[in-house]
Design a protein around this ligand. Structure first.
Ligand SMILES: [Zn+2]
Length: 423
């Protein structure tokens, strides 16, 4: 069952405006051809929890709520509150800590008035669907307005002390990413998950007035290319040059995600980094991933692109050599340890020493770069134009003719460029 509307592409084709043409005090015009009242205010479905077989979820509701079985057809219960307790699957359906068994493989918990969900100790807006899957696996999906979701994402993905233009950039990028996922997921059970596989979303605790303001100021605005909102990937720190989506993520190439120079992320502590790992541990990591090697005698990078990232890594071992994608090696060793595929490596003694630049896959927006550009006075639109060249800004829904006011002036386009400026 489809729980939220698919955004029609026609909304994205009209009203597009090239980035950088608008000033920071204007919004992109609304898409034409669809009356404002009928524009879609989308809801999004976010997986908060997928348990192992038989694993329970700590769940509660602050305030009255309805429980619907096989939503939206039946009301199974109306509760004045739901004390936090363990919820798990049983043969007959789903059982709460109070012993309430709902005989359905899917139930929806709908807080009323200002009630909020409490899931694994965090507070969330909207409704929650519990799905009892095969083998007793319980999945919890939060269904809420996209703009509420974005306020939680913003505080989870970026420091709210960063300049307003950087926060607005993140809001537009996260909205674009989410809309793209919603369209591609279609009739699937959910749109995205609440961690780094998609976007971090840690609920209401991560919201604040600052996050809300950045989301409201960009309400309904997204990035489009070729008439569609596209998957606006982003990452922490590029280390000097962003990556081509085709090489880094093995996805179809598109102009806005081909990679650009970035001289603005030098303040990130991971602009340059060093890390080492004992040879024995590295061999163990490779063995666990299915590479049956007994030792490691050499390591060579292959297919290093203009952005400095390696496509593959060749590992020499006592019985021969193996070649694997650099992204696979990063996953095996831990993406928070081997922070990017832009590195050099050397075996010395009993360790492998890595020196690298950047943190993350490197595609799309460099968040620390956005921070650097915003601090240098660049506008929201200019930052987006730099990291997604050729993309356009469109107002997809809920056009509100409000003024976006920033607390600093736009930079003088005629001033001499310094180190760190756009190249
Ligand atoms: Zn950067």
């Amino acid at each position: 069952m489809r729980l939220c509307p698919v955004l029609p592409k026609l909304l994205l084709t009209a009203g597009a405006l090239a980035l950088g043409v608008v000033s920071s005090c204007q919004r992109p015009p609304p898409a034409k051809g669809v009356p404002t009242a009928k524009r879609i205010r989308p809801s999004i479905r976010v997986v908060l929890f997928t348990g192992r077989t038989g694993e329970a979820l700590a769940l509660g509701v602050e305030g009255p709520c309805r429980v619907l079985a096989d939503p939206p057809s039946e009301i199974a219960a109306r509760l004045r509150g739901w004390p936090v307790g363990a919820v798990r699957t049983v043969d007959a359906g789903i059982r709460t800590s109070d012993g309430l068994v709902v005989n359905a493989s899917r139930i929806r918990i709908a807080p009323e008035q200002d009630g909020t969900l409490v899931v694994d100790g965090r507070h969330y807006h909207g409704n929650l669907e519990l799905v009892a899957g095969p083998s007793g696996i319980l999945t919890a999906v939060n269904i809420l307005p996209l703009e509420d979701y974005l306020a939680g994402v913003l505080g989870s993905e970026m420091m709210l002390s960063w300049p307003p233009a950087a926060l607005q950039v993140q809001a537009i990028v996260s909205r674009s990413f989410a809309l793209s996922r919603m369209e591609s997921q279609g009739a699937a059970e959910f749109d995205l998950v609440a961690d780094t596989r998609d976007q971090n979303y840690l609920g209401m605790e991560k919201e604040s007035e600052i996050a809300r303001e950045a989301v409201n100021q960009t309400r309904g605005v997204a990035l489009s290319y070729g008439g569609s909102v596209f998957r606006a990937f982003y990452h922490s720190t590029c280390g000097g040059h962003t990556a081509d989506v085709a090489a880094a993520l093995q996805r179809p190439p598109i102009g806005p995600l081909a990679g650009v120079p970035c001289g603005f992320c030098r303040e990130s502590r991971y602009y340059e980094w060093q890390w080492s790992i004992p040879l024995t541990e590295m061999v163990q990591c490779l063995s666990r991933a299915g590479y049956a090697i007994q030792g490691l005698t050499g390591l060579r990078l292959d297919g290093v692109g203009a952005d400095g990232r390696a496509a593959r890594v060749e590992l020499a071992h006592p019985r021969g050599q193996v070649s694997l994608p650099a992204t696979d090696l990063r996953r095996m060793l831990g993406p928070d340890r081997l922070r990017s595929t832009c590195f050099r490596a050397q075996i010395r003694g009993e360790k492998v020493y890595f020196e690298g630049r950047g943190w993350g896959h490197g595609v799309g927006l460099c968040q620390w770069g956005a921070r650097g550009m915003a601090a240098a006075g660049y506008t929201t639109e200019t930052i987006l134009q730099h990291y997604y060249p050729g993309a356009k800004l469109v107002t997809v829904y809920d056009a509100v003719p409000r003024v976006v006011s920033l607390s600093y002036p736009s930079p003088d386009p005629h001033r001499p460029r310094n180190e760190g400026d756009l190249k």
